[in-house]
Design a binder for this molecule. Structure first.
Ligand code: PA5
Length: 397
């Protein structure tokens, strides 16, 4: 169960004429969305593709103790966020999945390589373009280590590539060596790729994919809620509330908020438009950013995530989860009194189905919201600027 409240602590900030105007653009936005090329993620996942993911996973389980996933941005955040939300805090799952490729820290790399010397592992390198610097460097360094540990045929069975069907260096390597590979379809961009093997393969090791995929499919039912949320975001922007703070009361939702930041940041942040996405984990951040949100510059609106059911830990005449949720309600009310509009999204529990559904809801919202800002939800031209600067300064063979 997922409930949305974009009204109680938002309504007084809403200009009715602007609201009616934005609501009347629904058909126009839906039709732009359905005509857009990069919406391959709205198609159902093929059964054959899913069976292939499970087949390759089973092969990996036969010879490896650990999977090293190499990718960054949209080729990393989705699966990592889901894995974190569904993993126990301690003594994580039986099968270890390490996510690498998101840093150029040599301390991290040195320790990772040292760790991998002692375990049997398989690599899943994920890059749609096949050219991303962090992914390429991490992959090449780990491949060097593999050459010390394994012979050619062992390496061949321990590298799995997820990339474009035809283009890029990784696809060329697959064609040359014959690695196992998965495809990220042309019409699906990185941050919308949760429904592809880029995320489903790493998740297949520890997560119930059927329930997750069912949630993703049912996310389509939330199209009207997604449009309403996009309208509210656009109205916040028009009111000078240009920063959206995603607030979670479960620590394990931290990377989910990171995924949201990428989704909205890269989709909307163009041509001077968009709400800048930030996130807070409460109650931790009440003791840092809380002061600013209550009394600082009034450029912020918030979207709270409330989880109804969790583990039972009794505390005096109450239980810890109820206390956590009472704090949430109180903070929301306090921030609202401090001129901070607050959306509320409630889920009954953190499970595969709800997460899948929520992710689909947010992908639709990011697309609609970008269209209301009159920008292309599916490109990220700004990212190229720093990449070119790096290419100019870094002379590598
Ligand atoms: O959302 C996006 O498209 C980006 O964040 C990419 O996923 C990210 O830059 C990684 O790209 P690639 O998969 O080509 O390595």
């Amino acid at each position: 169960m997922i409930k949305f409240d974009f009204n109680t602590m938002v309504d007084s900030f809403i200009d009715k004429d602007n609201f009616n105007n934005l609501m009347s653009r629904k058909d126009e936005v839906y039709s732009k969305f359905s005509e857009a090329y990069m919406t391959g993620w709205t198609k159902p996942i093929e059964v054959d593709e899913l069976n292939e993911i499970l087949r390759v996973r089973d092969e990996v389980l036969e010879h490896s103790e650990c999977l090293v996933v190499i990718g960054i941005g949209g080729s990393f955040l989705g699966s990592y966020a889901v894995e974190k939300m569904l993993s126990p805090y301690f003594n994580n799952y039986n099968f270890e999945v390490i996510y690498a490729g998101t840093t150029l820290s040599s301390k991290y790399m040195d320790e990772l390589l040292e760790y991998l010397r002692g375990v049997d592992f398989t690599v899943n390198v994920i890059s749609k373009s096949g050219t991303t610097m962090e992914t390429k460097i991490t992959y090449e360094l780990i491949k060097e280590l593999m050459k010390e540990k394994y012979n050619d045929s062992e390496i061949k069975e321990r590298i799995i590539v997820t990339t474009d069907k035809e283009k890029g260096l990784l696809r060329e390597e697959v064609n040359e060596v014959g690695y196992e590979s998965f495809i990220i379809e042309d019409d699906i961009g990185g941050r919308y790729s949760i429904v592809t093997p880029a995320h489903l393969f790493p998740l297949a090791f520890n997560i119930d994919l059927d329930k997750f995929i069912e949630g993703i499919h049912d996310g389509k039912d939330l199209i009207n809620e997604a449009y309403m949320y996009s309208v509210v975001r656009r109205m916040m922007f028009d009111n000078g509330k240009v920063v959206e703070n995603f607030v979670a009361y479960e620590q394990n939702m931290y990377y989910f908020t990171e995924w949201l930041k990428q989704l909205f940041g890269e989709s909307e942040g163009k041509e001077g438009m968009g709400c800048f996405p930030v996130s807070s984990i409460h109650t931790r951040d009440l003791h840092s950013l809380g002061q600013f949100i209550q009394e600082g510059n009034k450029i912020i609106f918030e979207t709270f995530f409330k989880v109804e059911k969790s583990n039972l830990v009794n505390y005096k005449n109450s239980d810890l989860h109820s206390i956590n949720n009472i704090v949430l309600d109180s903070v929301e009310a306090a921030h609202f009194k401090g001129n901070v509009p607050c959306n509320l999204i409630t889920i009954d529990e953190v499970n595969e189905y709800n997460i899948g559904k929520l992710m689909y809801f947010f992908m639709m919202s990011a697309a609609f919201s970008s269209l209301l800002f009159e920008v292309d939800p599916f490109n990220q031209p700004g990212v190229e600027v720093y990449k070119q600067e790096v290419r100019d300064n870094l002379k590598l063979d």
